[in-house]
Design a protein around this ligand. Structure first.
Ligand code: AMP
Length: 223
């Protein structure tokens, strides 16, 4: 029989497999690079993967674009196929997936016994998201995000790290945002209950400053 110390150290050596769930603008894309660096994880953002498909004009990209422009969810089947190829044995942060209970079940099947260590819910009121999203600028290559007012780049419209241009996402407009928020409340919040029942859900106050949110995430992972 394993002694308890051995079991604890085996768990500590297991790669961290994490999921971030939160509405658009809740700070998932700000925290993910911090955890990626700190714990040496892969950052897998289904939104970023889909935008790559759209810009490469693949079959998947052409199909997904119709939904993304309106702020609707891309059908599960397409997303699950896309993610199956990228979730491997290494530690990761899944950002923007799963967004439906069906996707969450499929992820559990893919991971088998390895399972997830924790799911972090970024909780924040909708009214705080509108200005965050409408002023957002992103660096497509890395997913780094800025804000024209709250977190401006050092040089306007330029990524601080690479010097490459920043862009405004085409779905960061008021109409698409309303649909994205509606999809979040209707279809994605049941995923929180799914993980709550598994006992792995941790909720952080995403209206806090980024450093404070990072401290809350670290505290949750050390529990
Ligand atoms: P995001 O960058 O996470 O805000 O995602 C941008 C858009 O990509 C969403 O509004 C959806 O249209 C689509 N998308 C990203 N992830 C998923 C997912 N897990 N399921 C369905 N659609 C998704």
């Amino acid at each position: 029989m394993n002694n308890p110390h051995q079991q604890a150290s085996e768990q500590a050596n297991e790669p961290l497999r994490l999921v971030f769930i939160g509405p658009p603008g809740s700070g998932k894309g700000t925290q993910a690079p911090i955890l990626k660096e700190h714990y040496g994880l892969a950052h897998i953002s289904t939104g970023d993967l889909l935008r790559l498909e759209v810009s490469a004009n693949t079959d998947l990209g052409r199909e997904a674009r119709k939904y993304m422009t309106e702020g609707a969810l891309v059908p599960d089947q397409l997303i699950i196929q896309m993610i199956a190829g990228v979730v491997g044995g290494q530690g990761f942060i899944l950002d923007g997936f799963p967004r439906t209970v069906n996707q969450a079940r499929k992820l559990d099947e893919m991971l088998g016994e390895r399972g997830l260590r924790a799911v972090i819910e970024f909780k924040i009121e909708d009214r705080l998201l509108i200005s965050r999203i409408l002023g957002r600028l992103v660096h497509p290559g890395s997913g780094r995000s800025y804000h024209v007012e709250f977190h401006p780049p050092r040089v306007p419209m330029t990524d601080d790290v690479t010097g490459e241009p920043l862009v405004k996402r085409s779905d960061d407009n008021e109409e698409a945002l309303m649909n994205r928020l509606a999809a979040y409340h209707e279809v994605t919040t049941p995923v929180l209950d799914y993980y709550r029942q598994q006992g792995i859900l941790h909720t952080v106050d995403a209206s806090d400053k980024p450093e404070a949110v990072w401290s809350q995430i670290k505290a949750a992972l050390n529990q």
